[in-house]
Design a protein around this ligand. Structure first.
Ligand code: TEU
Ligand code: CA
Length: 538
């Protein structure tokens, strides 16, 4: 059976403004990305996920699109984009574009027209409601904080925005909206993109009745009626079938949920190829048991045409090296996670910079922060009377700039990202590509080795689990395909742990990845070092 390209692929997320500045204005761009394609090729990347690059006022760094048919000036020209696609394809690297179908920027001409009058032909392209007793129509909160409804003085109605007030939700019940978005998809498919990452795709349908969302024991709102509503799967199936008219395209959905029972509804068959598994990816504690239970749950919940995704960082969350290590044993922990990502069942998505160990960026002053979620959290904290220090702490916690700092290419002042001061400060200078490139023990070399192993052994990119076990915070599994068997052992504990390796492997097994010299003897156990990981062909 022919395996589709994306099932074998290792993806790499590029946060466009932060990867490489090619024209010296402190902001990443396509000229910069093109200059780094050879780096990605050498690393072994098969597919790039580009965060939004369309024209945008960038209140939310491009997730607020004002023209779906143009490249944002900060990132380059349409010619730059076309050259990028062709250069990527020349190297056999596919490109998937992040597309925001749920909302447009409030500066988009569609919204400008819609808000001009209640009779505007575009009025129904967005979600408008009359005030109820002089207030917002319900209690729905924006995911960035505050009400999800914004009052429009001129027409006397509220409009709905799940995110910032400048990201206005489209009304997907309106057929014209759907048609307009199909044209957008068609345009980029014609440009040669190999698929889409569909932003907040489960948000396209809200409840028709707009009931209040319930408030939980913690006093927080549960987002029940503003996503995953009736008709959403049909709409997604329509989008998928439209894209699939062009063969070979890949569709990954951002379904903003940590609930596997929700996530699993969205992929397979006529639906998305895969969804992001936040149930695994956003785990906060470095805990083998917890991670194991999600691997196991996915294995049990997913049908044969569903496949998980493997990621632990993104532009919306802290980098896992910081989250998991809290400053201790950083590289060891990052190596362990890289082994898991490249050998477990699923499609890996590496977040730019994780392959060298960029750490989270912390801010001591709100002035340097750019993220709308962080800034909103700061303002809300101030509004309820919190002191400056506490407000900054909250903003650091809620803010997403922490994982968006410039890629670190070398140890020059701006890390080789730019010749001028970048739009966000550099995080940990001494960690950089140049330094790690020739070093066989570096995190970068480790990633490179693992990615190439994953390609070389079908058991790793297309195999089933033959075994999946956890004991004493050590996860072990065997991936198997057509008789080829690879054993993976991951010690999540900070202690040495005995492991009965001779139960699974023998004298004739080959150690593929190990930090220390390891010889396997028939029937014998070994003492795993703290955070040690092993990949063995048995
Ligand atoms: O992310 C959606 C998002 O912010 C999630 O954290 C969401 O709040 C949660 O999953 C709901 O359960 C996407 C983009 O990745 C992000 O950068 C954008 O800010 C956001 O959509 C709005 O477009
Ligand atoms: Ca630039």
């Amino acid at each position: 059976m022919n395996i589709p390209w994306w099932k074998k692929a290792v993806f790499y997320e590029i946060y466009v403004p932060s990867f490489c500045d090619g024209n010296g204005d402190g902001i990443g761009d396509f000229i910069g990305i093109i200059s780094k394609l050879d780096y990605l090729k050498e690393l072994g990347v098969d597919g790039i996920w580009l965060t939004p690059f369309y024209r945008s006022p960038k209140v939310d760094n491009g997730y607020d699109i004002s023209d779906y048919y143009a490249i944002d000036e900060d990132y380059g020209t349409m010619e730059d984009f076309e050259r990028f696609i062709s250069e990527a394809h020349k190297r056999d690297i596919k490109v998937i574009a992040d597309l925001v179908l749920n909302h447009t920027s409030s500066e988009h001409p569609w919204f400008q027209e819609a808000k001009s009058s209640k009779d505007s032909p575009k009025r129904d392209w967005y979600i408008w409601k009359d005030p109820v007793d002089g207030h917002a129509p319900n209690n729905w909160e924006s995911f960035f904080g505050g009400s999800a409804w914004e009052y429009d003085e001129k027409t006397g109605q509220y409009y709905y925005h799940a995110f910032a007030k400048s990201q206005v939700d489209l009304n997907w019940k309106n057929e014209e909206v759907k048609k307009a978005m199909f044209s957008v998809m068609d345009f980029w498919l014609q440009k040669g993109v190999d698929g889409f990452r569909l932003d907040v795709i489960n948000f396209l349908k809200t409840s028709d009745h707009f009931p209040d969302n319930p408030i939980n024991e913690k006093g927080e709102q549960d987002h029940v009626f503003d996503k995953d509503q009736v008709g959403i799967l049909e709409t997604i199936a329509e989008i998928c079938s439209f894209v699939r008219k062009t063969p070979g395209k890949f569709l990954v959905g951002e379904v903003g949920s940590e609930d596997l029972t929700v996530l699993k509804q969205y992929s397979g068959g006529p639906l998305l190829d895969v969804v992001f598994n936040f149930n695994l990816g956003s785990i906060k504690e470095f805990d083998g048991k917890r991670i194991f239970s999600e691997l196991k749950r996915m294995e049990e919940a997913y049908t044969s045409d569903q496949i998980p995704t493997l990621f632990f960082s993104s532009h919306d969350m802290s980098r896992h090296i910081s989250r998991f290590s809290k400053g201790k044993n950083e590289v060891k922990i990052a190596k362990l996670i890289s082994v898991l990502m490249m050998t477990a069942k699923g499609i890996p998505f590496i977040y730019y910079g994780d392959e060298i160990g960029i750490t989270d960026l912390y801010f001591d002053h709100v002035k340097k922060m750019r993220d709308v979620q962080g800034l909103t959290a700061y303002q809300l904290a101030k509004k309820v009377g919190k002191g400056e220090e506490e407000a900054i702490r909250i903003a650091n916690e809620e803010g997403r700039d922490k994982s968006r700092s410039p890629m670190q290419w070398n140890d020059s002042e701006y890390a080789g990202f730019s010749d001028v001061e970048p739009w966000l400060p550099v995080s940990n200078h001494s960690t950089n590509v140049e330094k790690q490139k020739g070093d066989p023990h570096s995190l970068l070399s480790h990633y490179q080795k693992l990615i190439h192993l994953r390609k070389r052994f079908p058991a790793l990119h297309a195999g089933q689990y033959k075994l999946l076990e956890e004991k004493d915070n050590v996860i072990c599994y065997i991936r198997e395909r057509n008789g080829e068997q690879i054993l993976i052992v991951l010690n999540f504990s900070a202690k040495k742990v005995p492991f009965p390796i001779g139960k699974f492997a023998s004298n004739s097994s080959t150690v593929l990845v190990s930090e220390i010299e390891r010889t396997i003897r028939n029937g014998q156990s070994i003492q795993l070092e703290p955070y040690e990981s092993l990949v063995i062909q048995i």
